[in-house]
Write a protein that binds this ligand. Structure first.
Ligand code: CUA
Length: 157
């Protein structure tokens, strides 16, 4: 069988690329210990126990710096806990949010806050509300019969 010279070059190139990709993946996974985001211990919680586990047993706002807060929130079918939260305008808010049942969303229309809330994982997003007002928080992942009623409010003062 005759194979054209250019075809041979492409064949060698393609096989070489395959081995380079596999080598990069292998070195990353086994030599450097890289893992997909969220597969680490730190962000993992037991969804069955999360409402009895600190800090999610008392969800809400905690001051951690002069103008910096942590907001722990729990999503469940069909709501968020706390169901209303006040935060100061201009402060850096680190949201930590997890679900105790199914996959939910955590989105604040008009901001770039929009994350998935997965049971067993703690998702994290930081946001600063510059304008005072009432901000609606909605679930944007279909999670059951009352999905469209799943919301809460953040009051920025
Ligand atoms: Cu929770 Cu949709």
């Amino acid at each position: 069988m005759h194979i054209h010279r250019l075809e041979k070059i492409w064949l060698v190139f393609g096989i070489a690329m395959l081995f380079i990709f596999l080598a990069v993946l292998g070195v990353g996974a086994f030599a450097m210990g890289l893992e997909p985001p969220g597969s680490h211990g730190m962000g993992a919680v037991d969804p069955q126990m999360v409402d009895k586990t600190a800090p999610f047993d008392h969800p809400g706002l905690r001051q951690i710096g002069e103008n910096e807060y942590e907001a722990y929130m729990l999503a469940f079918a069909f709501g968020f806990s706390p169901d209303k939260m006040e935060v100061p305008a201009g402060a850096k808010i680190h949201f930590y949010i997890t679900s105790k049942d199914v996959v939910h969303g955590f989105a604040i229309p008009g901001t770039n806050v929009n994350v998935m809330v997965v049971p067993g994982e703690v998702n994290h997003i930081t946001h600063t509300f510059t304008q005072p007002g009432e901000y609606l928080v909605i679930c944007n992942e279909y999670c059951g019969a009352a999905h469209e009623q799943m919301m809460t409010t953040i009051v920025v003062k």
